[in-house]
Design a protein around this ligand. Structure first.
Ligand code: SF4
Length: 436
């Protein structure tokens, strides 16, 4: 149980499409908040990849995301994908104890299809949940303290932290206070996120987040609105108050979406003149001061394999990162074929969405082909089941985009960009790249 909170009986839902008054009336504390969420959900359309609208700044799974109409799936508000419901779990401080990760994986196997995605905001998504499985899964997550009992707080808890924080350091202090004070923030768009990157130098510079705490080169702590070049100096003890003030200004000045698209002039107090320091390289698989780092192929975790890894390595806890890597605290080196333990593994250079048959929009299989091609390509490879770019919004050196059961080939491009060769089948591609 996290934070010493005691579980309560979960609110019973009749099903994902019946989120409504019976549930809100059963809530005692937070009932009005829940009613607002229900109202907000009323226009929801159950999303499948066909509805996906890639947003590079959204909480994308490292491999695929179905970011639709300004909201992301949560445990309280799951989203329907091609393989069933998706429930997002947002570990506080991006960390789960060994017992918590085993429980979460057991729930994923029992109520989902046993696959857990690691997202690019260091969250986890339980996949393949039938509608009948949502309620018992939510109950299990609530009982474990992995989901907030207030759906609105759960929705707001989009706090990405630098994964190498230490207890009582600046990242820990700010992220902990921010998490505890989310109820004080104004209503923000569902994808609105916070970044707390207060270590010795920034490591989350490439990770999405609207309100950002970062380090300048001279070690000054900065608060910066995403999209602005400069941040304003803040003291650790005042950081959350300043974030709160900036969030209130954002709303008052007409901000309704993502901060990077909000062009109103900053208030004088927030218009600083310091840039965040350069972003240091993220982790590599292998040894780490906290334990060991493992890579996650395609960001897709086999829940049973992760349970096995946690148990055999003796890990005491798991930290999630936005880079398709996990850090297992106090872990011993063990052989774990489902994970990447070598920084030179070619799969670290590959992005591939689930493709067929998991995604109904895909007419091509993606990950098997990506695995076969990866060792034969020196640069970044992106294999996309269609032009929607769920796995990667940025360009890659080699891009294969599925179309009508075959692939279009492009170089230094994004999925769906004009091809240099079209309608290739996998055998032609394997031959082309010497991977037969
Ligand atoms: S085929 Fe891939 S890129 Fe296309 S919608 Fe499905 S998951 Fe997204």
């Amino acid at each position: 149980m996290q934070d010493g909170r005691s579980p309560r009986s979960p609110v019973v839902a009749r099903g994902p499409t019946s989120v409504g008054k019976s549930r809100s009336s059963s809530l005692r504390a937070g009932g009005s908040a829940y009613a607002r969420l229900v109202e907000a959900c009323a226009e929801r359309t159950w999303a499948c990849p066909a509805d996906a609208s890639p947003d590079p700044s959204a909480d994308l799974p490292a491999v695929t995301d179905f970011s639709v109409r300004g909201w992301c799936p949560s445990a309280w508000r799951p989203m329907m994908a091609g393989d069933g419901l998706i429930l997002r779990v947002k570990p506080r401080l991006s960390r789960l104890s060994g017992a918590e990760i085993i429980l979460l994986c057991e729930l994923a196997g029992r109520f989902g299809n046993g696959v857990v995605d690691l997202t690019n905001r260091a969250n986890l998504q339980i996949r393949g949940v039938p509608e009948s499985g949502w309620q018992p899964l939510l109950e299990g997550l609530l009982a474990a303290g992995l989901v907030d009992e207030d759906p609105l707080i759960e929705q707001r808890r989009n706090v990405l932290v630098a994964p190498d924080w230490a207890s009582a350091d600046d990242t820990w202090r700010i992220a902990s206070e921010l998490t505890a004070r989310l109820s004080e923030f104004p209503e923000l768009q569902g994808k609105f996120g916070f970044v707390v990157d207060a270590g010795g130098s920034p490591v989350l510079g490439a990770s999405p987040g609207d309100l950002r705490i970062e380090r300048a080169v001279d070690d000054t702590l900065l608060l910066r609105l995403d999209g602005r070049e400069f941040g304003v100096a803040v003291a650790v003890s005042q950081a959350v108050d300043a974030m709160l003030d900036l969030a209130r200004w954002f709303v008052a000045s007409g901000g309704t979406g993502r901060a990077a698209r909000h062009e109103a002039p900053l208030p004088e107090w927030a218009a600083g003149d310091r840039r965040p320091g350069p972003t240091r390289a993220p982790l590599d698989p292998g040894m780490h001061p906290l334990g060991r780092v493992w890579g996650i192929p395609f960001g897709s975790i086999d829940a049973a394999a992760l349970i096995d890894l946690v148990r055999r390595s003796g890990a005491s806890a798991l930290r999630l990162t936005p880079w398709r890597m996990i850090v297992l605290e106090d872990a011993e080196a063990v052989i774990a074929p489902a994970f990447i333990d070598n920084a030179d593994d070619p799969l670290l250079r590959v992005d591939a969405c689930p493709g067929a048959p998991a995604c109904p929009q895909a007419g091509v299989e993606t990950r098997g082909l990506a695995r076969r091609l990866a060792p034969h390509l020196p640069g970044r490879l992106h294999v996309s089941g269609c032009s929607k770019r769920c796995a990667r919004g940025a360009p890659a050196d080699v891009v294969l985009t599925g179309r009508d059961g075959r692939f279009d080939l492009a170089f230094d491009a994004c999925a769906g960009d004009p091809a240099v060769r079209s309608a290739l089948d996998p055998s032609q591609l394997l031959a082309h790249f010497g991977a037969e």
